[in-house]
Design a protein around this ligand. Structure first.
Ligand code: 13P
Length: 253
């Protein structure tokens, strides 16, 4: 079975003391995670080490950075490199979140560079894709997401893309309380898998964990995660509330 993942994206939220309290609450509950289930906490850069220390020794719980830069090192004030993340033992990095695409003008080609540098440093990307409302209304979301994958991921070798993590986050469902229907999520996830199967193979497509993101909460996680091609979620707002996120973790297949 594919890896099922509950990923928290804290975005730019919480003070350090709040972040630590949240992690304490999450790990206070003994989670029955199977070998095929993972929890990933994408936390702000300044909290990576503190959260790593808290979860040390916990099985199947990892931290992720929310971004990294395209260059290894140098005069890039304010940026954080994949090499730095690797040097502190981070294993995952979220790339291509729609907020980075929109506010920081990250395009598919820049994201291809970020994916490359992340892989060079043994980081596993959680690669985000998803369409804005206008594209959904025009009914061209399948092609839109396909282009995002083609331009940022399809230069990868079969070996590199096997086991990849992709998060489908329709922009119109992020932070809006408006979740895609289970069927809309399933349809897009199946589309993503079939595009990958076409480019690589069915075996490769079957190895990829495709997470749904956009207003996932305790009350809807189980039904969304139950869809055939949905392998968990990337959760914003609800991941900041311990009880909500614990229920979401427990909703994995
Ligand atoms: P919400 O869960 O707050 O809608 O955010 C989704 C998201 O952007 C996760 O990366």
């Amino acid at each position: 079975m594919r890896t099922q993942i509950a990923a928290a994206n804290w975005k730019m939220n919480l003070a350090l003391s709040e972040a630590e309290a949240l992690v304490d609450q999450l790990i206070a509950v003994p989670h029955q995670l199977n070998n095929n289930q993972l929890v990933i906490l994408a936390v702000p850069f300044p909290y990576l080490i503190a959260v790593q220390n808290k979860i040390a020794g916990k099985k199947n719980i990892f931290v992720a950075a929310q971004n990294c830069y395209t260059k290894k090192s140098g005069a890039f004030t304010g940026e954080v490199s994949a090499a730095m993340l690797q040097s502190i033992g981070v294993e995952y990095v979220v790339l291509g979140h729609s907020e980075r695409r929109e506010y920081f003008k990250e395009d598919n080609s820049l994201l291809a560079d970020k994916v490359n540098i992340a892989l060079e440093h043994n980081l596993k990307p959680v690669f985000c894709c998803g369409e804005p409302l206008a594209v959904r209304e025009a009914g061209t979301q399948d092609k839109y997401v396909e282009t995002q994958l083609q331009e940022s991921l399809f230069h990868l070798s079969e070996h590199e893309i096997t086991g990849f993590i992709i998060a489908y986050e329709p922009i119109w469902a992020i932070g809006t309380g408006k979740t895609a229907t289970n069927q809309q999520a399933q349809d897009m996830h199946a589309n993503i898998r079939s595009v990958i199967a076409g480019k690589y193979s069915v075996t490769v497509a079957d190895s990829i964990s495709i997470l749904y993101g956009g207003s996932v909460k305790a009350s809807n996680a189980k039904e969304i995660f139950s869809m055939t091609d949905v392998d968990g979620g990337l959760v914003g707002g609800a991941s900041l509330i311990a009880d909500e996120f614990i229920t979401i973790m427990n909703s994995l297949k």
